[in-house]
Write a protein that binds this ligand. Structure first.
Ligand SMILES: [Zn+2]
Length: 291
């Protein structure tokens, strides 16, 4: 790979202010892009209005700017990409990969329990039946073969989607786009070569690779970094009461995220010094990749 082709991204949902967990993902993806002399983009994943908070996207971008994590192009917003998602959906529909599903969450759980499957596995109830007109989700068929990829940090990872996930939603019954479809379509449209994000998304990756294959999009390289947990062992998020970053001391916030990524404190005094030290150390551990 020639160094100039690398393109990474940070893709927060605007559900609240950035917290330590989101900073870890932002910093890791920024460092990896800079280490490879690549481009770094920010994409606001605002496709779930009920979960979003007014002004959160602007606050997140301001926080990134205060930490000198500045994207190489203006940030893009998924809410503006409906045409793109519709086109991808039409492609999946044209090849018979998608079907309507009228099951509620309760119905899915009941049927999974009856079949002795984990409750979060969709058991294929509507795969071969006609669903009555009216609101319905759209699910994509999953393959029976395992989907395998090699994560740069976690090594080989495989998932048998049919048994472990089931056919999954690409559009929800309320008309909102499912995360899996939006992320795959946008990574493809933005020519993202490297996804660096929290390990809570490791087991979403095979679903995304399956969609990339159906849509004939390239599969990026993946690097999943450790997620930040709170005292109860839950992933930091707005729901688990994560504190917003204290931007009165940006270097201290960057150092906390840096130590979480497994590095020793840099002891630097300014954001610029921190970042230049961190890029060199990151490069020593994670690349640049040998083609
Ligand atoms: Zn169904």
């Amino acid at each position: 790979m020639s160094a100039g082709l690398y393109c990474g991204r940070f893709a927060p949902s605007p559900t609240g202010p950035l917290h330590l967990g989101s900073l870890v993902a932002a910093l890791a993806s920024w460092l990896d892009a800079r280490s490879h002399r690549g481009r770094w983009l920010v994409r606001i994943e605002d496709i779930d209005p009920p979960r979003e908070e007014a002004g959160a996207a602007r606050a997140q971008l301001a926080a990134l700017a205060a930490l000198a994590l500045v994207p190489d192009q203006p940030p893009v917003f998924q809410s503006g990409h409906s045409d793109r998602y519709l086109k991808a959906l039409a492609r999946l529909q044209a090849t018979g990969q998608v079907y309507r599903c009228g099951c509620s969450r309760t119905a899915v759980e009941r049927e999974a329990a009856r079949l002795g499957l984990p409750l979060n596995v969709y058991p294929g109830t509507c795969r071969d039946r006609t669903v009555a007109p009216g609101p319905a989700g759209l699910r994509v068929r999953v393959p029976t073969e395992e989907v395998v990829f090699v994560d740069r940090a976690c090594g080989p990872f495989s998932q048998q989607l049919e048994r472990e996930v089931g056919d999954f939603l690409v559009r929800r019954a309320d008309g909102l786009w499912a995360y899996q479809l939006a992320v795959v379509v946008d990574d493809g449209a933005q020519a993202i070569t490297d996804v660096v994000r929290g390990a809570d998304l490791l087991d979403n990756t095979p679903r995304q690779i399956h969609l990339q294959r159906l849509l004939q999009l390239p599969t990026p390289r993946y690097l999943h970094v450790p997620v930040v947990l709170n005292a109860d062992g839950e992933k930091l998020s707005k729901q688990t009461g994560a504190a917003p970053l204290d931007l009165s001391d940006p270097v201290a916030q960057l150092e906390r995220a840096w130590r979480h990524l497994g590095f020793a404190a840099t002891g630097t005094a300014t954001v610029a010094e921190f970042l230049s030290h961190a890029v060199r150390a990151w490069q020593g551990r994670w690349g640049p990749l040998v083609p």
